[in-house]
Design a protein around this ligand. Structure first.
Ligand code: NAG
Ligand code: NAG
Length: 316
């Protein structure tokens, strides 16, 4: 009898319970939907925080650098990447040469003027030449035009010092590649700045440089000071650099830095890369200290003043 009553009373109770269960399920479903959304949101916040922290970390490491104009990893080809900068008044202090004196100023980078293979040949040339002597630290230079080579705390004239023996170190082809590359650099500068290439002249110093992390022993081996080429060498109108090694794999540090009032802009050396710029105060620059490895480059300088022209080097 009791059993029967229970069974009877279960009728309305069961319906009530079922309703409760359904409501419960619906609520649970709702809260689990909200739960997964909160989780996604939390993950997003965590991700953003991590990204911000990473960005802060990276920019703090490089807090002096505002912008990378050309990174080592990219290939700038076929057209040069050009950044215009208003010309400084430096050129007013010199005679103006129409068709050459900067009217447009700026800086540019190209990877399509010199191949990596050619850069490698020129680097080997530099290695062989520098092996004859070299500075005690900081930068060593080799100037094939004058024959000047760093030796200890001074310089030696390789043509005078080694005489015809220098032909066991350099070959005719090395010199013709050097002349050829110089000509191509002159052409791209003229094209970029709208000049007559026949009114531009190679000038001194034009030289190979080798830099490693050993401290400079003399002032002229301290390559990292900010400077203006037109102020340092009055004859300069256009400066170019041909890089013979790669930033990041051959050496660290050693980036080229344009120091503008509103920030520092770098060019990362890449083997075969040519960077060039007008030589006045609009292009104050420096080279970072090399922290590891060896950096090779060639500085090729041009003037508009024929009185400061130098000729291509020849083997004695
Ligand atoms: C750097 O080059 C100089 C020669 O200029 C050499 O004496 C020195 O051992 C080199 N340092 C390193 C770390 O390779
Ligand atoms: C540029 O770099 C130098 C150090 O190399 C730093 O002292 C200077 O604050 C930097 N300039 C800007 C505007 O960030």
């Amino acid at each position: 009898m009791a059993l029967l009553r229970m069974r009877n009373t279960k009728g309305p109770n069961a319906a009530e319970i079922e309703r409760k269960i359904k409501r419960g399920n619906a609520l649970r479903q709702g809260s689990s939907w909200w739960g997964s959304r909160a989780l996604v949101l939390l993950l997003l916040v965590a991700l953003c925080t991590a990204a911000a922290a990473l960005w802060l970390y990276v920019t703090r490491l490089d807090r002096d650098i505002t912008e990378t104009l050309a990174s080592q990893r990219e290939l700038i080809s076929p057209e040069p990447r050009v950044y215009s900068v208003p010309c400084s008044e430096d050129y007013d202090n010199y005679k103006r040469y129409p068709g050459c004196t900067p009217q447009k100023c700026g800086r540019a980078v190209t990877d399509s003027v010199v191949t990596r293979e050619e850069a490698q040949v020129l680097r080997r040339l530099a290695e062989r030449g520098m092996a004859l002597a070299g500075s005690e630290g900081g930068a060593s230079i080799l100037d094939l035009h004058s024959g000047a080579l760093s030796m200890g705390k001074q310089f030696v004239n390789i043509y005078r010092y080694f005489g015809e023996q220098i032909r066991t170190v350099f070959e005719q082809e090395d010199f013709s590649l050097y002349r050829d590359v110089r000509g191509r650099i002159q052409t791209i500068i003229a094209e970029t700045f709208g000049l007559d290439p026949s009114l531009m002249y190679l000038t001194k110093p034009t030289f190979f440089s080798r830099i490693n992390s050993t401290e400079a022993k003399t002032q002229h081996d301290e390559y990292w000071h900010p400077h203006i080429d037109k102020v340092t060498y009055g004859s300069f109108d256009y400066t170019s650099l041909l890089y013979l090694t790669d930033y990041g794999s051959d050496f660290m540090g050693g980036r080229f830095v344009f120091m503008d009032k509103n920030g520092n802009r770098t060019v990362e050396p890449r083997s075969g890369r040519v960077s060039f710029f007008s030589s006045g105060s609009e292009n104050l620059h420096r080279v970072e200290k090399v922290t590891w490895g060896t950096r090779y480059a060639i500085t090729v300088s041009f003037t508009c003043d024929p009185a400061h022209a130098i000729s291509d080097p020849t083997l004695p």
